[in-house]
Design a binder for this molecule. Structure first.
Ligand code: C2E
Ligand code: MG
Ligand code: MG
Ligand code: MG
Length: 284
């Protein structure tokens, strides 16, 4: 009986694996086609200066307009794209497109806006980041200081020495760096000292419960103070209430992004929002 059960379990398991493998193959083929067919698009989430209420930049977030599945969110394909390396051409496209777009906003008469792009750990294993950034800046003619590269603590953790050297090289080009999801990784404090960091993006997990959880509020306050002591700006992520804005401003947090202000928007809608010259209403 045990044998039969084992066999069934085995059959069940392998059927599962076949399905998984088949889905994997479909996804991989789909993603490769998506690059060729230009199925990716960028949405832009405004970043607001908490002192003036003005939009000072945007984070570019990739979306996949799948011919059958509709709009696919990054978390539904990025982990797979990371595993297979397809993330590299995707991220290259993202950086090119974001910089091109940010420059086009200037031509439309919008104020100079910063644009943030997310980088992947695997991009640093290839160590050709500098060539890519040089190329993208030349092609787009975007001012380097308007390109903000968002890196995670995972990137900083692996091969820290090599990454530090690479970031220092990139920094010489004039681009800036933000540490994304700050506070969720390990030994955050050491990284801040070791790498040329311009901004800390406070993870939305801490921001979300700031009002109800004193521990989260304490962590947010500590990150903002850390930034102040080191001359690094802080950006609160996932801000969705005026209560949060009040607390963040009281602590001197420089910038925020979140659903309270706007969700990530298609480029045209983002431009319209900036055009209205919407100064976000911030509670005191
Ligand atoms: P992230 O870089 O931390 O981006 C912030 C995520 O939080 C975005 O989700 C955004 O839509 C969401 N968000 C912003 N404000 C709020 C809010 O007030 N409430 C809530 N609940 N969520 C909010 P999205 O666009 O689904 O992106 C998820 C993650 O996917 C990103 O996290 C980033 O790690 C990754 N990602 C997105 N685009 C790219 C890309 O082009 N390249 C790479 N390598 N990763 C990307
Ligand atoms: Mg990000
Ligand atoms: Mg983030
Ligand atoms: Mg995140």
């Amino acid at each position: 009986r045990a044998k039969a059960e084992e066999r069934n379990a085995l059959r069940f398991f392998s059927a599962d694996m076949v399905t998984a493998a088949r889905e994997g193959i479909t996804l991989e083929t789909d993603l490769r086609r998506a690059i060729a067919n230009r199925e990716f698009e960028l949405h832009y989430q405004p970043q607001i200066d908490l002192r003036s209420g003005r939009i000072v930049g945007a984070e570019a977030l990739v979306r996949w307009r799948h011919p059958k599945r509709g709009l696919v969110r990054p978390l539904d394909f990025l982990p797979f794209a990371e595993e297979t390396g397809i993330i590299i051409p995707i991220n290259e496209w993202v950086m090119r497109e974001a910089c091109r777009e940010a420059k086009s906003w200037q031509r439309m008469g919008l104020p100079r806006l910063r644009v943030g792009v997310n980088l992947s750990p695997i991009q640093f294993r290839k160590l050709a980041m500098r060539d890519l950034v040089v190329d993208v800046l030349r092609e787009s003619t975007l001012e380097p200081e308007l390109l903000d590269l968002e890196i995670t603590e995972t990137i900083l953790m692996q091969n820290a020495e090599a990454v530090a050297a690479e970031l220092t090289e990139l920094r010489k080009l004039g681009v800036t760096f933000s540490i994304d999801d700050f506070g969720t990784g390990y030994s955050s404090l050491a990284y801040v000292k070791k790498f040329p960091v311009d901004r800390l993006k406070i993870d939305q997990g801490f921001v979300r419960n700031m009002k109800s959880d004193p521990n989260d509020a304490a962590i947010v306050r500590a990150i903002i103070n850390l930034g102040h002591s080191l001359g690094i700006e802080t950006v609160a992520e996932g801000v969705d209430s005026q209560d949060q804005v009040r607390l963040l401003r009281a602590e001197g947090c420089e910038e925020a992004q979140g659903y309270l202000f706007a969700k990530p928007l298609p480029a045209a809608e983002f431009v319209a929002l900036v055009r209205e010259n919407a100064t976000m209403k911030l509670s005191a």
